[in-house]
Ligand binder design. Structure first.
Ligand code: SAH
Length: 284
């Protein structure tokens, strides 16, 4: 599916409103398994504080001189591009700056690791474009960090190669990441081993059921798209928590959805068009 021409942000740096995407919300809402009211879209772009601006400056000063090698400079360039595209959360940008995306893709694609493109990770699955990953992490973070500036426990559905789990390890206190394909679960374990991320817990299982033992979660993020949000995800989300996932209608058209669980109930917001691999049930 071709993303809208103003992808991912309009000229003002805001997320395009749901109204600009025709009938998508109505079609999604026809799914009876999740009858959450769809509220009007609130643009979630956060504004960087003065100290945040300084953090951003530091992030952009990458180069061979920092002793991290040339890929560090390339990553700094990617982060600069993400900021230009509207990602403003300093902690998300810092995580994108720190985690080596090339480490998670096959050698054949390593030279494309910092381009704004999705890449194959084997077994018919893909790692999302950096700007989609950053956008989702920013949405997840938005207003949900504690006094230490961190998210609490996070559940990730679709570990894939482990790249996003590594990013989440910088943002959250604990990361529970579920993958239904054993081969990818093993690959992620291998990719993450040398990083020794003690707060990342890789789980082999059907993410549709969530992971009740780790609940409630401050945040849930899915990297695979279904026609409905599994009820277990809503149940396992903490009050005050946020879920970010792709959601698709019967024709396969996808959009990002943000679900906030509040003391007053569930608020669902549809955002821009995306393209993710399908959410499937069972373990393979
Ligand atoms: N975040 C990943 C992206 C992986 S692509 C990364 O950084 O690499 C999406 C992944 O979701 C695929 O690996 C796919 O196998 C997995 N997936 C699909 N349905 C699932 C389910 N029900 N439970 C767990 N994982 C699932």
């Amino acid at each position: 599916m071709t993303p809208p021409s103003n992808w991912p942000f309009d000229a003002a740096g805001k997320v395009p409103s749901a109204g600009s995407r025709g009938a998508f919300p109505a079609q999604l809402n026809s799914d009876k398994s999740h009858q959450f009211a769809i509220k009007s879209v609130a643009a979630a772009a956060s504004t960087a504080s003065a100290s945040g601006q300084n953090d951003l400056k530091k992030l952009f000063q990458g180069g061979v001189s920092d002793g991290l090698g040339l890929d560090s400079a390339v990553r700094a360039r990617m982060v600069r591009r993400l900021a230009e595209q509207g990602v403003l959360d300093a902690s998300v940008l810092a995580a994108m700056r720190a985690v080596e995306r090339h480490h998670f893709v096959d050698t054949a694609f390593a030279n494309m690791a910092y381009e704004d493109t999705s890449l194959p990770i084997g077994f018919g699955q893909t790692i999302s474009k950096p700007n989609v990953v950053a956008r989702m992490l920013e949405l997840l973070q938005h207003g949900r960090v504690d006094a230490s500036g961190q998210l609490g426990r996070v559940l990730e559905i679709g570990t894939g190669c482990g790249y996003q789990a590594a990013l989440l390890s910088h943002l959250a206190t604990e990361v529970y990441s579920m993958e239904r394909l054993r081969s990818l679960h093993d690959k992620a374990r291998e990719n993450l081993r040398s990083l020794r991320l003690v707060n990342v817990h890789l789980l082999l299982g059907d993410g549709m059921d969530g992971f009740a033992k780790g609940a409630p979660y401050a945040a849930i993020i899915a990297a695979a798209s279904g026609e409905a949000i599994p009820p277990a995800w809503i149940e396992q989300l903490a009050v005050g928590g946020r879920l970010v996932a792709p959601l698709q209608d019967a024709s396969g058209a996808q959009a990002l959805v943000v679900i906030d669980k509040t003391a007053q109930g569930i608020r669902q917001t549809l955002l821009e068009a995306v393209h993710f691999v399908p959410l499937k049930s069972g373990v393979g």
